[in-house]
Design a protein around this ligand. Sequence first.
Ligand code: UDP
Length: 252
Amino acid sequence: MTTRRKKIYEGKAKILYEGPEPGTLIQYFKDDATAFNAQKKAVLEGKGVINNRISEYMMTRLNAIGVQNHFIRRLSLREQLIKEVEIIPLEVVVRNIAAGSIATRLGLAEGTPLPRSIIEFYYKDDKLGDPMVSEEHITAFNWAATQEIDDMMAMALRVNDYMSGLFSAVGITLVDFKIEFGRIYEGDFSRVILADEISPDSCRLWDSTTNEKMDKDRFRRDLGNVIESYTEVARRLGIMKEMPTVIQGGVA
Ligand code: UDP
C-alpha cells in the first residue's frame, strides 16, 4: 500500500508517507539500525515490526493518561497512522541513571543513580552530531518558545514517571530515553504534542535483576541478541501475542 503513496521524508529507521487525509501521515518502521551518527549500520530483521508495536503500546498508554501524542492507530505490522506535526528540532533526553554520553561527559560510572531525573536538550542536526544545547540556545535561535520548553519538560517528566512504573512492574529499569515533540496548529494557536517513537531504539532498558541491557546498546556495543532482547521487552509488556513469528525472521 505504501509504495504507491508519496514519500514525505526518509530517516534512518523510519519513513513518513502522506496519509489518507489532510493532517495525517503514515509512519513506516524499517529494520535498519544505525549508531554513532550512522557510521555503524545494519539490518536487523523484524526490528521495525517490534518497534511499531512497542511504540503503539507506549503512545496509547500515554494518551490514556493525558499525554497527547501523534499516534492515531496502527495500520499494519510496520505502519501506523499519525497526526502530521511540525517537528521541533530537538531531542529531549530524560535520565534516571548515568549511562552513555552523560557517563563519559561527567566521568560517572555507568549505573550510578542520578540525584534526580535530569532533562537534556540536543539540537537535531546530523551534520553537527546532534550537539547538546541549553534553553538559552533554544530560545535565542527560535527553535522553541519558553512556554513550549516548559510544556516539553513537564510532558517529558510525566512520560518518565509513567514509563518508569510500567517497566519496573515487568522487571525492567528505565535508565534513560529520548523523545521528540511537534506542533499542531488549531486556528491561531499551536500546541506541543509528543511525536516520533518510543522503543528500545530510543530508551535504555536494563533487566532489573541482572542489569543486562535490553536496548539499542546491544547493537551499539556488539553485544548480540538485539532482536531477541527487543522481543523480550515486548513479551514482558504483554504485547507479543499477535507477532509470534518475528523472532524467527518470518515476517518480512
Ligand atoms: N538517543 C536516541 N537517539 C539519539 C541519541 C540518543 O534515541 O540520536 C537515546 C539513547 O538511546 C539513550 C538516550 O537517548 O536512551 C541518551 O543517549 P546518550 O545521550 O547517552 O547518547 P548515546 O550514548 O546513545 O550516544
